[in-house]
Design a protein around this ligand. Structure first.
Ligand SMILES: Cc1cc2nc3c(=O)[nH]c(=O)nc-3n(C[C@H](O)[C@H](O)[C@H](O)COP(=O)(O)O)c2cc1C
Length: 274
């Protein structure tokens, strides 16, 4: 399993960049695990940090060193990437272990409330990415100018097919760049998770998302795709996504209930019954 760090260049809890980063994480193919990288506690790059700031910095660097690739999502502030993202890029580029970004495949996306979707900020991230040796994945024209209108109440992206195909191409290229061949792709809406290999649909999970509750209603694997662990892959992906979006899970179907019975560690994601 390759680990992909999701980094959003905003410290705001209701940040659009964070929401887009979560959506990119939900689109990552199987064998790619999205990992949230918080930059909230990083101090500005310096050689005289307090103990607390030093610890936050070391935790961040340890996390970056252990990741295989990244999805960077930048908002645009005064035609630039925000300082918090530039600072994070700076900090991990000059460590005792060297430049931790070097050679790591990276998707770059941008968001703004303006019409241009943060294209200037994206260009500045690409320039720094080039300097620190990140390997920018194509397509890299991932600009989101009207994100609030593309988000379902659940926070999931409900973009047009062209945009979704562009994102799917980017995550597929990311998978190839980190050495994963022929993974499953996931398409997620408020009603369904669809699992696709190549062009072939190999399974679906019917669901509902209301507030912060994800209800898994039915998992269906066609006869020809059975015996390959696809139902378990659907469950694992739903768990990962629920964690990213801070949803609690209600397992309504028998398979989902069986899965939780046999994976005790996952039970912390269950909605409380009281
Ligand atoms: C101080 C400030 C400057 C901004 N400058 C730009 C800008 O130059 N171009 C643009 O498209 N949007 C600009 N915006 C809009 C932001 O891109 C938008 O608020 C975005 O949602 C911020 O990202 P976040 O939601 O992830 O925190 C600016 C917003 C603020 C607060």
């Amino acid at each position: 399993m390759k680990k992909i760090g999701l980094i959003a260049g905003s410290l705001r809890q209701k940040s659009l960049a964070r929401q887009l980063a979560r959506n990119l994480g939900s689109l990552l193919p199987s064998e790619l695990l999205p990992v949230w990288v918080s930059i909230d506690d990083l101090s500005l790059y310096s050689d005289h940090l307090t103990d607390q700031a030093q610890r936050a910095c070391e935790d961040f660097l340890t996390q970056i060193a252990g990741l295989d690739g990244f999805c960077l999502v930048t908002p645009e502030i005064n035609h630039e990437m925000p300082g918090c993202l530039k600072n994070a890029l700076d900090i991990a580029s000059a460590t005792k272990q060297g430049n931790l970004w070097l050679g790591k495949p990276t998707i770059i996306a941008s968001v703004s409330t303006g019409l241009m979707g943060g294209i200037s900020a994206s260009a500045s991230v690409k320039q720094v990415a080039l300097t620190v040796g990140l390997r920018v994945i194509q397509p890299s024209e991932l600009y989101f100018g009207d994100l609030p209108n593309l988000l379902a109440p659940s926070g999931l992206l409900q973009a047009d097919q062209e945009t979704l195909s562009l994102l799917e191409l980017a995550v597929t290229h990311l998978a190839t760049a980190v050495g994963v061949q022929h993974p499953l792709n996931f398409h997620l809406t408020d009603q369904q998770l669809t699992l696709v290999r190549g062009e072939k649909e190999v399974g679906t999970a019917d669901l509902t998302i209301k507030g912060n509750l994800l209800t898994i209603k039915k998992i269906l694997i066609p006869e020809t795709s059975r015996g390959q662990g696809i139902a378990a892959q659907a469950m694992v992906r739903l768990l990962v996504i629920a964690q990213l979006f801070s949803w609690a899970i209600i397992p309504e179907c028998t398979y989902a209930q069986w899965f939780f019975d046999h994976h005790v560690a996952a039970q912390r994601l269950l909605a409380q019954n009281d």
